[in-house]
Design a protein around this ligand. Structure first.
Ligand code: CTP
Ligand code: MG
Length: 399
C-alpha cells in the first residue's frame, strides 16, 4: 500500500451557523443574509473549502434548516457535511465534532470558525495550520487592543486597565481534534463558554496565539452587516474579461452549448465536450482574474479532459473567483452560428449557466447572431462564441 494510505486526513473545519443572531435585531439570522452577492455563511465556506490545507468541512445550521440551507448553497453544498446545531454555541460545536468523530478516519486537527466572521483571509488559516503542525494543541488568532481600556465599575470608573497584556480573540481557532472532542464531551461547568479555547484552557491546555486579521470582525449588532457590506464594496475593484472560442462542426457528435444538449444534425468536435460557449465564458472569467486561459488549466493534451463536461471548467473558474473573495456581477455570452436556432434554447441555457455558477438568471445573458452566411460560421463549418464577464475582486484579500 502506498504511504499516503496511512496518513491522517487533512485538518477538518467546523463552520458554525446555528445561531439566531438576536443582537443584530434583524429577523433573518445574520449568517443567512446576503453579503457581497452571496450568503454570509458562504464566505467562510468558500475560504475554508478552497484552502489546500483543509480537508472535510462541516457546516452546523439551525435544526430543521438543513435542507433549505443546502438548497440555498447550490453547488457549494457538494461534499459539505451539514448538521443540525444545538441551543448554544458550545452544543453546536459538539454537534460538528460528533459528525467528524463518526467518520472513518479521524483528522489530527480541527478548526472551528464562526460564520458570523465572513471575511476570512487564507493567511489567517495558514497561520493557524502552521501552529498546529508545529505542535500547538490550541491555537487562537488574536488582535491587539488599540483603544485605551478603562474600568466601568461604580467605584473604579475610568481607571485605566493595562491593555498591553490583553488581546481580542477571533476565529478560526485550531485544535488537536481528540483534545477538543474530549473537552466538549466532558463539559459539565455551569457557565456557557463563548469560544472553544477557553474550554481547553480549563483543562490545562496552553493556548498558542497567532496574528488575527481586522477583516475577521464578527457581525454582532445592528449596523455591523451594513458596515461590512460598505467596506466590502469600497474595497472591491471591478474587472472585465473577454473570451472567444471556435469549434468545428462534425457529424456523429453531440452538440453542447451553455451546458445544454441541443438537438442538431451536427455536433462540435474537441477534446472535451466542446461546449464552445462555456469555453469562451471560462476564458472571459480567467481573463478578468488575469489567471491564464482555459488551455493553461485544462491542457487538451491531458487525457483526463477527453470528453469531459465543460461545466467542470466553469465550476473551476467560479471557484477561482470565490477563492479570491470575488463576486461575478454579470455574464454576457454570444453564440455565432447559422444553425441550429438558439432562441428556443436560450432560457434553458441561462438557467443551466445560473445553476452552474450559483447566480440569479438576471445576471446571465445569452445571445445569438449569424454572420450572414459569411465566413466559417456562415458556411456551417463551425460555431463561434464570445463572452464578456464583469466581476469584482477585493483589493488584497488574497494575502
Ligand atoms: N452559533 C451556533 N449555535 C448557537 C449559537 C451560536 O452555531 N446555538 C454560532 C453563530 O451562528 C455564530 C457563532 O456561533 O456564527 C458566534 O455566535 P454569536 O455571534 O453569539 O451568534 P448568535 O448566537 O447567532 O447571535 P446572538 O448571540 O446575538 O443571538
Ligand atoms: Mg450568541
Amino acid at each position: 500500500m502506498p504511504d499516503h494510505a496511512h496518513a491522517a486526513p487533512l485538518p477538518a473545519a467546523i463552520v458554525l451557523a446555528a445561531g439566531a443572531g438576536l443582537r443584530t435585531g434583524h429577523e433573518t439570522p445574520k449568517q443567512c443574509r446576503s453579503l457581497g452577492g452571496k450568503l454570509v455563511l458562504a464566505h467562510a465556506l468558500d475560504a475554508l473549502g478552497t484552502h489546500p490545507g483543509i480537508g472535510a468541512v462541516v457546516l452546523v445550521v439551525p435544526p430543521g434548516q438543513e435542507a433549505d440551507i443546502r438548497n440555498a448553497l447550490g453547488d457549494r453544498a457538494q461534499g459539505l457535511h451539514i448538521v443540525a446545531g444545538g441551543s448554544s454555541r458550545r452544543l453546536s460545536v459538539l454537534a460538528g465534532l460528533e459528525a467528524i468523530a463518526a467518520s472513518q478516519t479521524l483528522p489530527e486537527h480541527v478548526l472551528v470558525h464562526d460564520s458570523a466572521r465572513p471575511l476570512l483571509p487564507h493567511a489567517v488559516i495558514d497561520r493557524v495550520l502552521e501552529a498546529l503542525t508545529g505542535g500547538a494543541a490550541c491555537t487562537i488568532p488574536v488582535l491587539p487592543v488599540v483603544d485605551t481600556l478603562v474600568a466601568t465599575g461604580r467605584a473604579n470608573a475610568g481607571q485605566v486597565v493595562d491593555r498591553s497584556a490583553l488581546a481580542r480573540v477571533q476565529t478560526p481557532q485550531g485544535f488537536a481534534f481528540a483534545a477538543l472532542l474530549s473537552a466538549h464531551r466532558g463539559w459539565s461547568e455551569p457557565d456557557e463558554p463563548t469560544d472553544d479555547a477557553q474550554m481547553l484552557r480549563r483543562q490545562g491546555v496552553d493556548a498558542f496565539l497567532v496574528e488575527g486579521d481586522s477583516r475577521l470582525e464578527k457581525i454582532t449588532r445592528a449596523g455591523d452587516h451594513e458596515r461590512m457590506e460598505r467596506m466590502l464594496s469600497a474595497g472591491m475593484v471591478a474587472k472585465v474579461g473577454l473570451g472567444f472560442d471556435v469549434h468545428r462542426l462534425v457529424e456523429g457528435s453531440a452538440l453542447w452549448l451553455c451546458g445544454v444538449r441541443v438537438p442538431h444534425t451536427h455536433g462540435l468536435s474537441g477534446h472535451s465536450d466542446a461546449d464552445v460557449a462555456i469555453h469562451a465564458l471560462v476564458d472571459a472569467m480567467l481573463g478578468a482574474l488575469a489567471e491564464g486561459d482555459i488551455g493553461s488549466h485544462f491542457p487538451p493534451s491531458d487525457p483526463q479532459w477527453k470528453g469531459a463536461p465543460s461545466e467542470r471548467f466553469l465550476t473551476f473558474a467560479c471557484e477561482r473567483v470565490s477563492a479570491r473573495g470575488g463576486v461575478v456581477d454579470h455574464v454576457d455570452v454570444t453564440i455565432i452560428c447559422e444553425a441550429p436556432k438558439i432562441g428556443p434554447h436560450r432560457d434553458a441555457m441561462r438557467a443551466r449557466l445560473a445553476a452552474i455558477m450559483n447566480l440569479p438568471e438576471m445576471k446571465i445573458s445569452v445571445k445569438a447572431t449569424t454572420t450572414e452566411r459569411l465566413g466559417l460560421t456562415g458556411r456551417g463549418e463551425g460555431i463561434a462564441a464570445q463572452a464578456a464577464v464583469t466581476l469584482r475582486v477585493p483589493n488584497g484579500l488574497d494575502g
